[in-house]
Every structure is written in C-alpha cells, then in structure tokens.
Write a protein that binds this ligand. Sequence first.
Ligand SMILES: Cc1cc2nc3c(=O)[nH]c(=O)nc-3n(C[C@H](O)[C@H](O)[C@H](O)COP(=O)(O)O)c2cc1C
Length: 197
Amino acid sequence: MDILALCGSPRRNKTTSSVLQAVLDGTGRKHEILWPAFMNIGHCTGCRKCKHTTPGKCWQDDDMTMALDKMFEAKALIIASPTYFGNVPGPLKNFIDRSIPTCYTGKGEVWQGAENHGTRPFKGQPALLLTVSGGGDHEKTAANIRLVLEYYEYNIVGEFAEGMGGVVVTKEEFADIYNELLALGRKMDEALKTSAP
Ligand SMILES: Cc1cc2nc3c(=O)[nH]c(=O)nc-3n(C[C@H](O)[C@H](O)[C@H](O)COP(=O)(O)O)c2cc1C
C-alpha cells in the first residue's frame, strides 16, 4: 500500500467519498481507505500513557491499533472530510486525536528540537487535504486539517476545499471538477516518485 486515505464522512458514496475517489483515480497507486465513522475507536482520554508509561502505545486496544500500523506502512496520507460546523465530523476528530501515540515511538526526528513533543515519523511524506461543505466554512475545516498535517510535518502537496452543495462527483456529470481532482492525484503520484521511489 502506498497511500492511506481517511474518509471522514459517515455517508458512503456521497460527496466526500466521490471527491476522494477521483483523487485516488489520479494517483494510480495502491491505497487503502479507512472510514473512522465505521470503526471502533474510543476517544483520547488525555492520560498521556502513550507518552510516559507505554511509549507509542495507547492503553485502548481498539481499531486504532490497526490504523496506526497502517499509518506507518503507508508512504503518503490523504485526509478527506465533510464540513460539520466548520470542522471535521466527530469520528474523524477522534481518529486524529488517537493518532498522537505516533509521536512517541521514537521513530523519526525530534520535533523542532523540542523533545517534549516527541518525534515525527511521517516528516516529508506527501499529503493531500480534501474538504467539502454544503456551501460555507470548508476553509475552516481545511485550516483545521492543515494544522494536523503540519504538526506531523507531512508535506502538503495539494488541497481541495469547496462548497459542493451535495454534489456527487462523477467524470460523466462533473468533468471539470473530476479532472481537477484527477490532477491533484497525479501530483501526489509525482511527489511519491521523489519521496519514496
Ligand atoms: C452535522 C452537520 C453539520 C454541517 N455543518 C456544515 C457547515 O458548517 N457548513 C456547511 O456549508 N455545510 C455543513 N454541513 C453540510 C455538509 O458539509 C455537506 O452536506 C457535505 O456534503 C457532507 O458530506 P458527505 O456528502 O460526504 O456526507 C453540515 C452537515 C451536517 C450533517
């Protein structure tokens, strides 16, 4: 698997997944899609055991154990999300919060020279940020996802943030948008050629 994609929508075959699928078509790469809304993921309890007691491991053994393995296996990440009140939906936020143990495995460089924040195993890996809304505030969602990707020091190679009004993108019906998304996927393919040849 080259690319791990997170689909933040709790609805299959709707706007977010259609946008993601067009981008994945463009990458032409082996990928896996995780849907946090259909996974068993407890919320982060903020206990810091993953930092101090069992470095890199959460005390909760749920679907995040498998998901973190996949994050380490992948060479690139795509986060695709709808806008819910100017942010990502709860299940995706849960996933993001529970990804914090990846900073404490000891893999990668120390973050900005401050050991207190652990290391960054995904530093420099290509990432894409895709977010849609009914019509507004997708920029806020994009900013929130950007923050996460920047914290992990992914290399953001492209973004798509649009008010889509519930449109499901197909190459037949929305050729312009489909081609724009295809091009984003190709950009990720190109980035992967240099970051993980
Ligand atoms: C709980 C909830 C909150 C939403 N909040 C916003 C919002 O703040 N701004 C907006 O433009 N659309 C909002 N929407 C609309 C969704 O972003 C939009 O319908 C999107 O296409 C849903 O993605 P999906 O089709 O992949 O499920 C919201 C929808 C729901 C269910």
